[in-house]
Design a protein around this ligand. Structure first.
Ligand code: ADP
Length: 171
């Protein structure tokens, strides 16, 4: 059966991108969508640890590492997600679900997005066993306390965090 290409968007702040995010991207591309826009929030609630450009670059390096550069494109998100999705013919929003604590927020957001654009469905992928406990916030906190983050994020992130900390010390 011939079917139209399934296009998805995976939004997040990715500050920084972790193995948890890459796991979702890999599985979404393998099992859910033909093409995926990873969209990086320009306005995060707090001051981001990494700038938009840095977050995009770290994502890009990881996507190359996964060999998914032909299936994934990275974009900044400076408006409503559903507007971005509509403009890019995407009908699926991909989100990752970890613990129960993710649920309330994710449920609410999926409901709001569905009201804004009923033609777009949110699809949740549950975190893989080895990624259940990984969050960007924890990675940042561990890094600031000089802990080893290499279990949670790739070598590019490890390097970028080291450089940023060094720069802060030099200031
Ligand atoms: P975080 O929630 O860690 O600050 P983001 O806002 O960038 O990260 O998250 C983007 C999406 O990725 C959200 O749907 C979030 O639930 C999901 N996600 C984040 N970390 C993981 C993980 N370890 N496993 C599965 N999904 C995750």
């Amino acid at each position: 059966m011939d079917h139209a290409k399934r296009i998805g968007v995976y939004p997040g702040s990715f500050d920084p991108v972790t193995f948890g995010h890459f796991d979702i991207i890999r599985r979404a591309c393998a099992n859910v969508v033909d093409y995926l826009f990873v969209v990086v929030a320009v306005n995060t609630e707090k001051n981001p640890f990494f700038s938009l450009k840095e977050r995009e670059k770290l994502l890009h390096q990881g996507i190359l590492g996964l060999g998914l550069e032909n299936q994934v494109e990275i974009y900044p998100l400076d408006g409503l997600l559903v507007d971005f999705a509509r403009a890019h013919q995407a009908k699926i929003i991909i989100r990752g679900l970890r613990a129960v604590s993710d649920f309330d927020y994710e449920f609410q957001m999926a409901g709001m997005n569905n009201k804004l654009e009923p033609a777009i469905e949110t699809v949740f992928l549950t975190a893989s066993d080895h990624c259940q406990f990984i969050s960007s916030r924890m990675v940042r906190e561990i890094a600031l306390l000089r802990g080893d983050i290499s279990h949670f994020a790739d070598q590019h992130v490890v390097k970028a965090i080291k450089q940023k900390m060094q720069k802060k010390e030099d200031e």
